[in-house]
Ligand binder design. Sequence first.
Ligand code: PAF
Length: 288
Amino acid sequence: MRTGDGAKTLEVVRDVASLRAKVREWRRQDETVGLIPTMGALHDGHLALVKAALDSCDHAVTTIFVNPTQFAPNEDFEAYPRDEADDLSKLQALSADVAFVPPVEEMYADGFSTSVAVSGLTEGLCGATRPHFFGGVATVVSKLLLQALPDKAFFGEKDYQQLQVVTRMARDLDIPVEIVGVPTVREADGLAMSSRNWYLSPEERAAAPALYKVLCDIAAKLSAGQTSAAAIAEGRTVLEAAGFGPIDYIEVCDASSLEPLETADRPARVLAAAHLGRTRLIDNVAVG
Ligand code: PAF
């Protein structure tokens, strides 16, 4: 909806039928739709996804849903930061069209018993320590794609494995959508923006950029011909000295299959997940 000065007023939609009606109205006018799935607590990384959607589509639908099925019982589902009013005002400031903010019952009706599993890609990296995670993500993202039927859907490269999983899932299930990866947005000191950065104490926040620095160092060593094992071992020592631990993984992988690589003889990515106090941080960089 547009105001008198041409700016759009954000519409907040909480049920699938109203979302579909909205998208149908746009489709009737041959207008394109970009979807930005989020769990809220929006930061500049999310807003870059919304801007990318608005740059290449006529309308942007941002979903805000803290998806219970991607959290294990011992994880931070309850503590996950939530501030709907702040999220909506950030979306309004960007002239985004619709915020889809469904309650849990709208997404998971009584008796819900279907899940989407992507094999292979989900088994290593984050899948090894969070085995429930990608099933929850693939299930909720496939639902959101089928609910909104967007032309494009936007995901941050910060969650690189998630981006590959969602891309494969959309391709395998013939969901007619283009999955678009958007580069990671970083704080001035290199820390990748993440809603979970809220959990860091001031001391942890000061130590946190070491993760990005270590990944860049490993990428540079691989480009210079060092093997992954040697570069990773050095990176691990630096991260531990900076106060990280346990380190779930530091790996060098093929950029699309995510197979581990010993040398960067093809497009590669260095990925890591490590705990800093009670916060689990993830990040990744391209090699070369
Ligand atoms: O990246 C996230 O915020 C979530 O995993 C997503 C894609 C919104 C699914 O809940």
